[in-house]
Design a protein around this ligand. Structure first.
Ligand code: FE2
Length: 389
């Protein structure tokens, strides 16, 4: 079934896009975009070096012993509109060490930029969100005040609300500016976070779809059922939630039963809880970016030659020769609105958990449904190598 889904046929096959989703989103929680994503990791200094050397991020801020922070070290790394923070514990006690012990490296906080932290926190907690941090004004001295609050979502992941309008510092109070490296890794053009995917437990997808709709005012953009997302062995279900301006897109996955273990279940087994499965980074030059990432040592999932042998029939002209896509392992998909090019990395830490996607969009608001079968078979080959299928 799945390999024939493309060319706008997705709607008949269990992938339903609601073209009015943005208008249906409620307006009680205006979000300007993703302010930053914070990862809790075992060794933040080495994580920062990895994202600088392989992924071309520039270090801009640091917090740790030298800035009088004694329980953690944090590195802020940026590339265009993407801001990642890598934080590691400095002591064996406390929530960061606990998090790393349980989950390995992973996403701790997907933080939103807002104009009004107090309102964002009140609107969400009054609708049922569990608070992790009540609205706080962090005093940055002559840099001003950074306002921040946080709520819980799936697993141990937080959504913070951040207002920088009265703050002139480099990232947050407690951080100091880092001098840019003399020679930054060049040639990369990752522009912004396109979407963040959450993996939740069997039967929990709709609970979190309701959470994003009722508590954050999001609307459902797409529903993929397990008839769409399946291989011979395993399946999953996914619904994509969006906020009103479309800047925040959160697909939520849950495992579905199949003959063998779903990749979502493998994630849940190794992450030891629901969590963020992957973050997609948008580029307008996927060919140049992936070429550079590969040269730098980033590892991607591989697709078989058969995928490319029939690709032109499925997607038509996508502006890049099929041979180039195959050489780099880039996938293509087309729907009613346009097409997209995408590629997925292998997990970027030792546990088979979090990974990245690189995506280049040409009109399509989808997520590459026509690639799901080939992609999941590629993941299953890797699961089998890990003894996890
Ligand atoms: Fe994705």
């Amino acid at each position: 079934m799945t390999e024939t889904i493309s060319r706008g046929a997705a709607n008949q096959a269990g992938a339903r896009l609601d073209a009015d989703a943005y208008a249906k989103a409620a307006d009680f929680l205006p979000l300007n975009g993703i302010d930053h994503v914070e990862f809790w990791v075992g060794n933040a200094r080495q994580a920062a070096a990895y994202y600088r050397a392989l992924w071309g991020f520039t270090p801009v801020a640091y917090s740790g012993l030298e800035t009088k922070v004694r329980d953690r070290a944090s590195y802020v790394m940026v590339q265009n509109d993407i801001r990642f923070v890598f934080t590691a514990p400095l002591t064996p006690d406390g929530e960061i060490a606990e998090h790393v012990r349980a989950h390995g490296d992973g996403v701790h906080d997907i933080a939103f930029a807002v104009d009004d932290v107090e309102s964002a926190w009140r609107e969400t907690t009054s609708r049922g969100a569990v608070s992790a941090l009540a609205p706080s004004a962090l005093d940055g001295g002559e840099d001003g005040v950074l306002r921040r609050a946080s709520i819980h979502t799936y697993g141990e992941v937080l959504h913070s609300f951040v207002d920088r309008s009265s703050y002139a510092g480099v990232f947050a109070p407690g951080y100091r500016k880092v001098k840019a490296p003399a020679r930054a890794a060049g040639g990369l053009s990752l522009l912004e976070v396109d979407h963040c995917v959450g993996n939740v437990g069997l039967g929990d997808m709709d609970r979190f779809v309701d959470f994003y709709r009722d508590v954050l005012g999001f609307a459902q953009l797409i529903h993929y059922d397990d008839k769409v997302i399946h291989t011979e062995y395993s399946a999953l279900m996914s619904k994509v939630m969006t906020n009103g301006n479309g800047r925040i897109k959160f697909p939520i996955n849950e495992p579905a039963t199949g003959k063998k273990k779903s990749q979502i279940q493998e994630y849940l087994d190794w992450y030891r809880s629901p969590g963020c499965q992957h973050i997609a980074l948008r580029t307008e030059d996927i060919v140049g970016t992936v070429r550079r990432l590969r040269d730098n040592g980033v590892e991607f999932l591989g697709l078989p030659h058969e995928y490319y042998a029939t690709l032109a029939d499925r997607v038509g002209d996508v502006g890049v020769p099929i041979g180039t896509l195959e050489e780099l392992g880039i996938e293509a998909d087309r729907d009613e609105e346009g097409f997209l090019l995408q590629i997925f990395t292998r997990p970027v830490q030792d546990r088979p958990t979090f990974f990245f996607e690189i995506i280049e969009r040409h009109g399509s608001r989808g997520f590459g449904v026509g690639n799901f079968k080939a992609l999941f078979e590629a993941i299953e080959r890797e699961q089998a190598k890990r003894g996890n299928l």
